[in-house]
Design a protein around this ligand. Structure first.
Ligand code: ZN
Length: 123
């Protein structure tokens, strides 16, 4: 692996963080809309005629999606909080900078790849 020396000016970093904040806010709005849709779906009246198990199965899937949507929204809110307190982009475990490509793909990432892998193995 080659190590590239990065010559990033503080202005470029703050522009990058401003862009990141805009993207996270867009993501937050979309996730909130998804969560709202799923909540309505979960509250919809049960179809008594469809008693073949598909109704219960659909409810189960909706509840799982709802749980995942709540978690994604919380992760995005936490990332916006880290932008505010200046800890955005630093791993929550080892405090090393999180790989820029990882943040590009997962703007709300809390941990670097190595720490995330360790956490995933522990589960
Ligand atoms: Zn780490």
């Amino acid at each position: 692996m080659t190590t590239l020396a990065l010559h990033v000016s503080p202005t470029a970093v703050s522009k990058d963080l401003a862009l990141r904040r805009t993207l996270l806010k867009q993501q937050w709005r979309q996730q909130l809309a998804d969560l709202t849709d799923l909540s309505y779906e979960a509250l919809a009246p049960i179809d008594e005629d469809a008693d073949d198990g598909s109704e219960a199965n659909g409810r189960h899937v909706t509840r799982q999606l709802l749980t995942a949507a709540r978690q994604q929204l919380a992760d995005t809110e936490a990332a916006l909080g880290r932008l505010d307190d200046g800890s955005y982009g630093l791993c929550g475990d080892c405090s090393n900078p999180i790989n820029a490509e990882r943040l590009e793909i997962l703007p709300a990432a809390r941990y670097c790849i190595a720490c995330q892998a360790t956490r995933s193995r522990r589960r």
